[in-house]
Design a protein around this ligand. Structure first.
Ligand code: SF4
Ligand code: SF4
Ligand code: SF4
Length: 272
């Protein structure tokens, strides 16, 4: 049972959120939404603990496609950062604000960049490309994410100032934003030969994710007594994390998406 501990804890956390929000808001949507996400995460993590090869990809498709297709396209909710700003500034504590608060602002204190490894619908597609590990060292262009963050905020402030921010405009922005993310993400991945190039340099959501995940409870740790310094773990990491160093200041510490590839590659099971 010990190896399923994380799966059970995350499932229970999401169930607690689902039931609390249902009881306090009276909306059945919260119960179904967070129960679905909790079940997907719990099942996927349990399959991953049982060493099923495609467990992470399965969860990412279950959660990512649900959010993109059902919440985004069918319910016409803007689930991107612009939707978060719109609802926040409108004073509506709705799905967009809750989604960001749980998955991207406070949740990372518990599960780090788990969103990026198991739920993001942008990465769900980017991970299908053939460049699973970066082909070279990191580029020094990570500042682009801050520009994107500023532009996203400025766009929503401008629309609100002009009185043009409404649900229809936000839905059109959601469509345009996703088209832009997929296009830029795929072109960049092919150009740099790195599936996760968009995540490393462009994605504005990392401005929230990175500082909070620095303190994450869930993180890859190395048993230094077992480690034989073969560096096999470093070679398979899609995010260039120095996971065989236990310090919170390790290289690219806030980039880990908890994909577990390093653990599977370690010949002496030194990573936990
Ligand atoms: S960094 Fe951005 S695009 Fe990449 S997985 Fe995370 S949220 Fe998705
Ligand atoms: S390979 Fe390991 S350190 Fe790298 S992102 Fe995946 S879980 Fe994190
Ligand atoms: S793969 Fe395992 S043994 Fe090799 S460096 Fe990484 S943690 Fe150490």
């Amino acid at each position: 049972m010990k190896k399923y501990k994380t799966a059970i804890i995350l499932f229970l956390v999401f169930e607690a959120i689902a039931v609390s929000l249902w009881l306090t808001s009276g909306s059945l949507f919260y119960l179904l939404n967070f129960s679905y996400i909790g079940c997907s995460l719990g099942l996927g993590l349990a399959l991953s603990a049982a060493d099923w090869k495609y467990a992470r990809e399965l969860i990412q498709f279950c959660v990512g496609a649900y959010m993109l297709v059902f919440l985004g396209l069918m319910c016409r909710e803007n689930m991107q950062m612009e939707g978060f700003w719109y609802y926040l500034f409108s004073g509506v504590f709705g799905a967009g604000v809750l989604h960001y608060s749980i998955a991207k602002i406070f949740g990372p204190l518990l599960f780090g960049r788990g969103w990026c490894g198991y739920a993001c619908w942008t990465a769900m597609i980017l991970d299908l490309l053939p460049y699973k590990q970066p082909s070279g060292p990191r580029k020094r262009i990570g500042w682009i994410r801050y520009v994107m963050f500023g532009l996203s905020l400025a766009l929503v402030v401008l629309l609100m100032y002009l009185g043009k921010a409404n649900k229809t405009t936000m839905f059109h922005l959601f469509l345009a934003g996703n088209l832009l993310y997929y296009t830029v993400g795929i072109i960049l991945a092919i150009a740099i030969k790195d599936n996760r190039a968009f995540c490393k340099y462009i994605c504005p959501i990392t401005v929230f994710l990175k500082p909070m995940s620095y303190f994450s409870w869930l993180r890859i740790k190395c048993d230094e007594e077992k480690c034989i310094h073969c560096d096999k773990c470093l070679k398979v990491c899609p995010m260039d994390v120095e996971m065989n160093n236990n310090s919170r200041q390790r290289k690219n510490a806030t980039e880990c998406i908890l994909c577990q590839k390093c653990k599977k590659a370690c010949p002496v099971k030194a990573l936990k």
